[in-house]
Design a protein around this ligand. Structure first.
Ligand SMILES: NC(=O)c1ccc[n+]([C@@H]2O[C@H](COP(=O)([O-])OP(=O)(O)OC[C@H]3O[C@@H](n4cnc5c(N)ncnc54)[C@H](O)[C@@H]3O)[C@@H](O)[C@H]2O)c1
Length: 270
């Protein structure tokens, strides 16, 4: 039933495409914890209609917005404040897409128009979101913005392709805008760097099963599930983490600090 950790809080949740989406799990948990929020996704993603089911389950309204279009984001924040009856306390940025990954174009052969799209959708969209919110003064003091990242921002995972560069930029924007927004309005901005997770975006990466299983064997606690990622998001939206900002927070069962595990050593000795 939850502990009402988000009672009285208003939010915006980007990126719930289907029940596997990390954002979907976050919406379910945030609802259980007493939050009210709007749901948003790119208009093309709405065609599948699954988001309406989530909206009905969580009592949320859906506002379409392409996160690469400023006017859409302005409309999203303005309408959300109206619908929810006040300024926003939390935002989940759960957005990622690379046309190069989708079309299996190798990193060394990248198509630069696609590369621009990858960066625009997967990283600059966070900057646009923060800029829009700041201009409209739409987020309350001590509000919390969380974006989802992946450890390919720090280490090489060859098939993660240009998404690795997008995540590095996403984490950099988190620090740079986090500083500015913290100083100006005491709004915090963080990324959560999540384990490989079986979702539409995750499974689109070549060799996903291989690196899902590898990460699971390398992590002392095993891979973190989408549900536990949602729990972490809830805590980051809550008042229990008020002094945390500009961080990249690993949520990966210990993967990021493990050099090698007994299971991997055993496999390599075979
Ligand atoms: N799945 C994993 O293994 C994994 C691991 C670490 C981090 N992440 C990150 O988690 C986030 C959520 O991904 P997911 O795994 O839940 O997959 P998902 O495919 O369910 O979610 C990605 C979302 O991005 C949305 N999106 C794409 N283009 C958009 C645009 N122009 N405007 C607005 N929304 C747009 C999609 O419609 C979709 O809802 C992404 O940032 C992803 O990189 C995923």
């Amino acid at each position: 039933m939850g502990n009402q950790l988000l009672k009285g809080k208003r939010g915006i949740i980007f990126g719930a495409l289907d029940p596997n989406s990390i954002a979907w799990k976050v919406a379910v948990k945030a609802h259980e914890e007493g939050a009210v929020f709007t749901l948003t996704n790119a208009p093309v993603a709405m065609r599948m209609g699954a988001i309406n089911q989530l909206a009905a389950e969580t009592g949320a309204q859906v506002i379409p917005a392409d996160a690469t279009i400023n006017e859409d984001l302005e409309n999203l924040f303005t309408k959300s404040v109206e619908i929810l009856g006040g300024k926003i306390d939390f935002v989940l940025h759960s957005i990622g897409m690379s046309p190069n990954v989708r079309k299996s174009i190798p990193y060394t052969e990248t198509n630069y128009d696609f590369f621009h799209k990858t960066l625009d959708i997967s990283a600059l969209s966070l900057h646009r979101t923060l800029q829009t919110a700041m201009r409209l003064d739409a987020i309350n003091e001590w509000g919390s913005v969380v974006a989802l990242s992946y450890i390919a921002a720090q280490r090489v995972f060859p098939d993660y392709n240009d998404m690795a560069d997008a995540k590095a930029l996403l984490e950099s924007i988190t620090r740079s805008f986090g500083y500015q927004y913290g100083k100006a309005r005491k709004v915090r901005v963080n990324t959560i760097s999540q384990s490989p997770t079986r979702t539409t975006a995750g499974s689109g990466v070549k060799g996903f099963d291989g690196f899902f299983n590898y990460a699971d064997k390398m992590s002392p606690l095993g891979n973190a599930s989408a549900e536990s990622c949602a729990d972490y998001c809830v805590i980051m939206f809550s008042d229990h983490t008020r002094m945390v900002t500009m961080q990249n927070l690993f949520h990966d069962g210990g993967f990021s600090f493990t050099g090698v595990s007994a299971e991997v050593v055993e496999r390599c000795a075979e």
